[in-house]
Every structure is written in structure tokens, then in C-alpha cells.
Design a protein around this ligand. Sequence first.
Ligand code: HEC
Ligand code: HEC
Ligand code: HEC
Length: 467
Amino acid sequence: MRFGRIFLGLTVLVLIAVGGFVAYAWKSEIPAQEAQLQIDPALRARGEQLAAIGNCVTCHTAPGGKPFAGGLALNTPFGTIHSTNITPDRNSGIGTWSEAAFGRSMREGVDREGNHLYPAFPYDHFTLVSDEDNRALYAYLMSLPAVDAPTPGNSLPFPINHRMLVAGWKMLFFRPGAYQPDAAHDAAWNQGKYLAEGLGHCGACHTPRNALGAEIAEQHWDGAELEGWHAYAINEKSPAPVPWDKEKLAFYLANGFQQIRGVSRGTMAPVTTNLGVAAPEDVSALAAYVADRMGTPSPERIAKGEQALAKAGETSEATPASAAPTADSQAIPSSASARGQAIYQSACASCHESGRALPHGGLNFHLSTAVNAPSPQNIINVSLYGLPAPEGEGGPIMPGFAGALDAGQLTDLIAYLREEFSDQPAWPDLSTRVEDTISGKTRVPLYRSDGTAASPTDSSVRTTPWL
Ligand code: HEC
Ligand code: HEC
Ligand code: HEC
């Protein structure tokens, strides 16, 4: 009797919980809209700049596909998710979506029919976007040529293939709501934070994630590895040998390189390409906010930066000068370090100590964030596959050495670079990472400046033979 009552009580509680969850998870369909409205050209132009900050075209374009027509396979730890067609096609795109339906997808991660969207679409950031900016983004998307390109099916295991499950994820990790300005800071800082945390979704790559794929708030911008590339810490833990400041950051973000800090690579390459067409005042605001997050460098950090500059033969940040060549390599290499040095001298030094201005000259490695970073992955990637040429340019920025160096040689070389050009400890996982990258276990999408990915380890999506 007593047990019966407890059982009944528990059942009622479970039913209330399930009912509550279903009520929370259930989203209504927003009716299909009939015809397209007139688009205000000024709103459309603003939308184009905002779409660049949101990196929409990078995720919503398949290799060789039409811009914004979707179909790019995103390989997440949970399975493959395809981006959707966001052109105004009424059949396979978002042509039937009203502005309200679009705004809800950005704010709540729900499609027009009411299905929950996977957070591979970074609505955990886009939720901060204002109604006004969503209106501009919508106007821009609706002005694009309609492309009929149905989205390929996802390959997600049970139970993740059920979109209802995303509602549970949202309950745990997702806080919807537009950006609320911080009164303690001025308008420019707030605009920078609004763009960086919202539309720019910098944390999607620069913040480590937990086992369920949500960003770990306590490690905001601490640096993370995603899609075969290490996105460095961009807060006070930045491993850059010479501290960044807001002017240098603004230049890097808009131009894709900075004279003494190198070229933007991997998944960052399309970010900077896109920011190149964003409004300069938005890029400045972003840069000022990032610089604020990095903080004022300590006197020790500044002194270390000066030392790195001196070692690289740069008298000051403003006047790049050519460096004197380091030790010659006549001795027969015996130790791993000597072997690495010999390879460096014959294969790398001619460009990386030439003193030629960037982006086409190689950075002196004393100044390289990659060499000083906690992960060797980016150097492995760049050494193997080089840096693909920007759209419209013939030769690569740097050739790849995949055919020329074997795993042992590459490991010796990179261990030498770490030892010679940084004061950081050796990378313990270097040789495993080199082997995994060469074997294709670590998939490394390469990006050229136009933002179209091609993976050198997956011939089915490789579009350009850069190797
Ligand atoms: C990191 C990759 C990524 C970026 C950046 C991105 N998206 Fe997406 N987006 C996706 C994926 C993946 C989906 C599909 C999610 C799903 O199927 O649940 C998606 C879905 C959508 C949808 C829902 C469409 C539908 O038919 O259900 C809209 C609308 C959308 N994105 C708009 C945008 C806009 C606008 C931007 C830029 C401001 C943007 N996305 C940037 C990955 C991205
Ligand atoms: C799609 C993933 C991705 C997104 C989104 C992204 N980054 Fe990055 N970022 C990276 C990767 C990967 C690197 C390292 C690339 C390299 O080796 O050059 C990087 C490098 C950087 C660097 C260079 C740091 C250094 O010391 O060399 C800065 C600064 C930076 N990102 C800022 C930003 C900002 C600001 C945003 C948001 C507007 C952003 N990133 C968004 C992936 C991303
Ligand atoms: C033909 C000239 C050339 C050669 C040879 C070359 N590089 Fe590069 N490398 C470049 C250019 C140009 C860049 C882009 C500017 C930059 O970021 O340093 C670059 C960038 C890099 C970067 C990124 C540096 C940073 O932090 O920004 C790494 C790492 C690198 N190269 C490694 C190597 C290694 C290792 C070798 C030898 C196996 C090598 N490179 C040989 C031209 C070259």
C-alpha cells in the first residue's frame, strides 16, 4: 500500500518531468511565407558585412559547390553533419522562411518547421545577435541567387540522430537571449564583445569543449583543437612570442597576416578572408575587445618579446631587417637535434631567414606563435601541406614537404625548431602526432583564402592538388 503510493507518486513526478520537457522541447511551425518582399539595398549591404563576420559562407558552401548552397560535411566527434542550403530557393533553401523564422533559428536554434538544429550551427553564439542585425542578415540571404541543392543526409549514430535530443542539450548548455550591453564599458568595447561572442563566434574554435561538445565557460578562449588545427589561446594565455595589441590584431584580422606574427592558416584562414570585407569599424571593435581580453602584458612578457625580436634580427616592430644565418650545417648529423638542424638549414632557412617581407617571406621562427604553442599540430600541418595560394594566385605561399620528408625527419626537424626557437619544453606527443597526420588518422582540412576546404587525407573531398 505504502509502496504503491510511493510508486504512484514517482510515476506522477516522472510524467510531470517528461511533460515539462516535451513542452520545453516542442516548437511550433512558422507558416511558409508566400512571395518575397522588396529588399532594401542599404539593409542588404549591412547584411553582407555581417554575414562575413559570421563566417556563414565558409560553413554553408561545399567544396566546388555554389556559395551558401550548403552541403559541407562537418566532421564532429559525434558524426558527420551537413550544413544546409541557405539560399532563397523555395524547395531546398530557406525561400519559404519569413524573417521571424530566420530570426528564431539564429536566436533559438530551431528551423521553420520547429525542429531543433544541431549546435554545429553556432547558435549558442548567434543567439546574441540583435533583431536589427538579423533583419540585415535576412535581407542579404534573401537577395542571393536561389540554388536548388538538397542537403545530403547526416550520418549520426542513434540516439544523436533524433533532433529531440538536442532539446536536452539546450536545456543543459544553451542560454538564449540577445546581447545585453555592459554599462561598465564604452560603446566600442560593447560592440567588440557583441561581435566576438555573438556573430563572430570566436569561442567556437578558441574555447575547449566538454564531452558533450559544449564550450567550457571557465576556459573561455584558452585555446583548443578542432578539425585538425590548434586555435591558440587568445586571452591572457596567448602564446604569441611578441604580445599583440589592438592595432596589430585589427591588421591581422582584416588582412590575414601580420608582419612579425605570420599568416593566418587552417580554419582561421577563411575567418580572416571574410573579415577582410567586414566594416573596418567592426574589425577595430573586435580587435579592441580581443586586446582587452589578452590584457596588458607584464614587464617580463614585454622583455621576452624584445628578446625574440632581437634574436630574429628585428631591431623594432616597425623595421624588419634580415637576420644573420644561424650555425652552418657542415658537421655530419648524429643526434636528433643535429639532424633536425641540418634539415632546417637545407629545407627551411632559405625562406624563413631571408628577411623578405610577409606574407610571401617566411617568418623568423623566434617570432612564431606556432613554435611556441602548446600543440605542435599547426607546424606539422604547415610543414607537410604548405600554405595554399590565395584565390587567383598561382604559386603557394609555402610549398608542402609531404613527399620530401618522412615521419622521422619531420619529427627531428620540428623537435629542433621547438628547442632552438622557443623556451618551451619539448612536445611529448610530437612523433605520434606526426605519424597520425601522415597516415591520415588526423584529418587536416586545408583552406585557401577563398575559404573552401579540401582535406589532404580524404581524396573524396580533395578539390585542388596542392601537394
Ligand atoms: C561552423 C559552421 C557554421 C557556421 C559558421 C554557420 N552555420 Fe548555419 N548551419 C550550420 C549547420 C551544420 C547547420 C545545420 C544544422 C542542422 O542540420 O541541425 C546550419 C543551419 C543553419 C540554418 C537552418 C537552415 C535550415 O534549413 O534548417 C540557418 C538559417 C543558418 N544555418 C544560417 C546561418 C547564418 C546566417 C550564418 C552566418 C551568420 C551561419 N549559418 C553560419 C553550420 C554553420
Ligand atoms: C573556425 C575556427 C576559428 C574561428 C571561428 C576563429 N578562429 Fe582564430 N584561429 C583559429 C586557428 C586554427 C588559429 C591558428 C591558425 C594559425 O596557425 O595561424 C587561429 C588563430 C587566431 C589568431 C592568431 C593568434 C596568434 O597568436 O598567432 C587570432 C588573433 C585569432 N585567431 C583571433 C580570432 C578571433 C578574434 C575570432 C573571432 C572573430 C576567431 N579567431 C575565430 C581558428 C578559428
Ligand atoms: C619557399 C619558401 C619557404 C620554404 C622553403 C619554407 N617555408 Fe615555411 N613559410 C613560408 C611562407 C611565405 C610562410 C608564411 C608567412 C609566415 O607565416 O611565416 C611560411 C610559414 C610557415 C610557418 C608558420 C609560421 C608562423 O608561425 O606564422 C611554419 C611553421 C613554417 N612555414 C614551417 C616551415 C618549415 C618547417 C619549413 C622547412 C621544412 C619551411 N617552412 C620551408 C615560406 C617557406
